[in-house]
Design a protein around this ligand. Sequence first.
Ligand code: 13P
Length: 248
Amino acid sequence: MQKLIVGNLKMNMENVSQRDSYCKDFLEEFRDIKTNNHVAVCPPIVYLEYFYKTLHKTGVSIGAQDCFWELYGSYTGNTSPKTIKSIGAEFVILGHSERRTYNHETNEDVARKVLMALRIDLMPIVCVGFVSSGNEMDSIKEQVEIITKNFSEKEIENIIFAYEPMSAIGSGKTPSTDEIHTMIMYIRSIISATHGKECAESIGILYGGSVVAENVTALCTKAYADGVLVGGASLSPRKFAQIVRMLN
Ligand code: 13P
């Protein structure tokens, strides 16, 4: 099955010369990569159009790191999913734990954004694994259920989940592949309870948190992730390309 490898560039590349040099290196690295997998990068929103125009020819898709839950109107500072889509983006990361932490996004906020993204055919990558209180499993159950309860089997198939344990983000430490596999199965079981086994098995579930070339194969073959959401390592086109090559 095709894997999805997504680079989340977060709030990096603070000026256009850094942006240009990133894209130049990216083009060099990806020029000769032949992959059957799907690769996407999610730059800061102001660079979305530049990334699309510059990297599209490599076959790499573009995504945003967030969007708003309305399509237009008086929402100062927010970005419409429609604008994101019109630029050529295919994905939008929603509910990342950094947004839940620093922007106080709630499960309800994330669900509204997912609804709007789906309505305009922008594929949401919904991050789960944020824990503010209580345990991880209960938090994940709430985060998944609030999304799935609003949608039919058909609609859910267009949602991708990303299991991102908070302790693994930026720490260089991942849980064991058994632990990750258990959580991926757990997410499927939550979906299965309301939408059936077949639907739950058809959903893409990525893993995110300290993904590097050295662990990506095990994450996809032993933990059975359908792909990866890469933070730090995607800031280096060379390291990101190594991750893509490992899964070929
Ligand atoms: P790191 O790969 O830097 O741990 O970040 C993971 C992440 O937050 C991806 O969304």
